[in-house]
Design a protein. Structure first.
Length: 118
């Protein structure tokens, strides 16, 4: 098999097109803290990586991202109850909120003015 055919066969599998299915929810932080630290916080799915987040923010907001930190957060276990005071009833079944990943993105100093709230 010639090298040209090998390159064509391998490029068939390496040229993947990924569609954006990343959900980023903005965490609310104050205007003063963003000006001091240049950091934005997002909430996303647990299966999203740092490189995916960096590329997505760069494509979406047209901003250079210098650093991405992530924290995996487990969902809280909640016990439903009803009633008031001493008549409160707790139910046996518990449920868990969904797990999520918190992404803290550091933006370059040049792009702070473009991302400020108006």
């Amino acid at each position: 098999m010639s090298t040209n055919k090998v390159i064509q066969a391998s490029s068939k599998y390496w040229n993947n097109i990924f569609f954006p299915n990343i959900k980023l929810t903005v965490f609310r932080n104050t205007h003063e803290t963003f000006e001091k630290t240049n950091k934005l916080m997002f909430k996303t799915n647990c299966n999203v990586g740092k490189i995916d987040i960096k590329n997505y923010v760069k494509a979406l907001y047209d901003v250079d991202v210098s650093k991405v930190n992530t924290i995996n957060v487990q969902g809280r276990i909640k016990t439903p109850h009803s009633g008031i005071g001493s008549r409160m009833k707790r139910f046996r079944n518990k449920f868990k909120a969904t797990d999520y990943k918190k992404a803290i993105i550091t933006v370059d100093d040049k792009f702070v003015e473009t991302l400020k709230r108006k």
